[in-house]
Ligand binder design. Structure first.
Ligand code: SAM
Ligand code: SF4
Length: 452
């Protein structure tokens, strides 16, 4: 289809939230590129400004309002007219209701309507009216649309959308809909195609990758998918997110057996208290989670474990929180994303009355952050005086003479750029780094191999 108003227009996308949103933004870019639009680095140079929004926590909601309003004070758009569009989870949740508070928004498209973004923006340029599309289910699978990758050497590969879990605090199932797996062959073909174009690392994406395939004919398992993707020639495979209740022994076996699956696992625990886990509707206990961790470590020694933890779930007591602290100490996470509970209207947890003072929650949060910092530091010491292979991502912002990349355990690694190489020649290459420094959030050392 030809969208006459789009050819030659410039666009800028600001993305909030998780990798799924970042990947959705790549699809939006892909569609706009295919209509002859050109991406620019900032909103001031853009004819089209798009916000890909997140509503998992309140802070992301608030930021959208600030950023959207600030578009009003931008210099005039290069083409003389600017269209502002809001996509993603807030758009899906609020639909045209957003127009009440955001009077400069022209286009609203929900999480299931990405395929229509070009026609909506084109129509807004054409008639100057508001255009809103927020279907409840996919009108066209976003995963089959063109996409625009920021990097040539790594890619996100969505394997499923939606979530069936309804954790009591979480808005995601309401805005992203039910679980829907992509066809097995389609994913494997996509990864094969990516390998041919030079991609070396992929991250398989889904809200709960461990339940992949349940809705497909023949019920292929996530473990089967890992093995099949591992045969494509891709060098590094990461995946996220895993729900502990669905992580089967056969998946742990596949992780151990497939050389391309990196020794890293993100396994959100949310709380260390079985009482709170029950209120959260997580469907596992503290003991079951710890038992799972032991089984993973038996099979994949040295694996880097990361997690998500919520502090201040309604009714969390000091005793519950201490259970979270002791679980984090016992697991020894390499990394953790820690969040203060944010009440989300429409979720069951929002109905629970809680009078825990804010400063008590903040104090707990800070105590948890210290425990995580200690465990990340301790975890990184295991790699001191070893050699790690690093996929180079770029140079350090603070010191452009240092390269920066990721180890197989997803640790950030810094090293001086070797003599005779420019950073551009190294991005996307793998180098070996002999680690002589292990800090809380990074390793550093010298490059001891040729780039490959
Ligand atoms: N599906 C993923 C999983 O279960 O691991 C997580 C997706 S969610 C976008 C990412 C994280 O946000 C969750 O793991 C949880 O820790 C956090 N989160 C979700 N709802 C929240 C809320 N209402 N308040 C604070 N944090 C929340
Ligand atoms: Fe939200 Fe739970 Fe689904 Fe993750 S598994 S997206 S936390 S409902």
């Amino acid at each position: 289809m030809q969208f006459t108003h789009l050819h030659g227009k410039t666009y800028f996308i600001r993305t909030f939230g998780c990798q799924m949103n970042m990947h959705d933004s790549e699809r939006v870019s892909g569609l706009l590129d295919s209509c002859g639009c050109l991406e620019v680095a900032g909103p001031e140079d853009a004819d089209i400004v798009i916000f890909m929004t997140c509503c998992v926590r309140e802070a992301a909601d608030t930021r959208l309002y600030g950023q959207c309003s600030s578009c009003k004070s931008l210099p005039p758009a290069p083409s003389g007219r600017r269209v502002v569009a809001v996509g993603g989870c807030i758009a899906q949740r609020d639909g045209s209701g957003l127009l009440t508070n955001l009077d400069n928004v022209d286009v609203i498209f929900g999480t299931h309507s990405i395929a229509h973004v070009a026609e909506l923006i084109d129509a807004a340029f054409d008639d100057g009216e508001h255009h809103v599309r927020c279907e409840e289910t996919d009108s066209e699978a976003a995963t089959t649309m063109p996409w625009h990758r920021a990097e040539q050497y790594r890619a996100w590969v969505p394997i499923m959308t939606g979530c069936n879990n309804f954790c009591s605090y979480c808005i995601v199932p309401y805005v992203r809909g039910r679980e829907k797996s992509r066809a097995f062959e389609e994913i494997v073909d996509e990864v094969t195609g990516l390998v041919r174009t030079g991609v070396r690392e992929i991250t398989l994406l889904g809200q709960n990758v461990n339940s992949y395939g349940r809705d497909l004919f023949g019920s292929p398992r996530f473990a089967d998918l890992l093995r099949a993707v591992g045969e494509t020639g891709i060098e590094r495979i990461f995946f996220t997110s895993s729900h502990p209740k669905d992580l089967l022994p056969e998946t742990i076996d596949a992780m151990a057996d497939v050389p391309a699956v990196m020794p890293q696992l993100h396994l959100a625990v949310q709380s260390g208290s079985s009482r709170i886990l029950k209120l959260m509707n997580r469907k596992y206990t503290r003991e079951q989670y710890l038992d799972l961790i032991d089984r993973i470590r038996d099979r994949i020694p040295g694996i880097a474990l990361s997690t998500d933890i919520i502090v201040g779930f309604p009714g969390e007591t000091e005793e519950d929180f201490e259970q979270t602290l002791s679980l984090a100490e016992r697991v020894g996470y390499a990394q953790a994303f820690t969040f203060i509970y944010s009440k989300r209207a429409g979720t069951p947890a929002a109905e629970i009355v809680d009078d825990t003072p804010r400063d008590v929650i903040l104090d707990r949060f800070n105590r948890l952050v210290h425990v995580i910092e200690d465990s990340a530091y301790a975890f990184n010491q295991h790699d001191l005086h070893t050699t790690v292979s690093v996929l180079v991502e770029g140079s350090s912002k603070k010191d452009p003479s240092m390269l920066l990349g990721k180890s197989p355990k997803n640790q950030t690694v810094h090293a001086p750029i070797p003599d005779g190489y420019s950073i551009d020649a190294l991005i996307g290459k793998i180098v070996d780094v002999s680690v002589d420094r292990a800090r809380t959030w990074y390793l550093s050392g010298d490059v001891v191999s040729d780039p490959r």
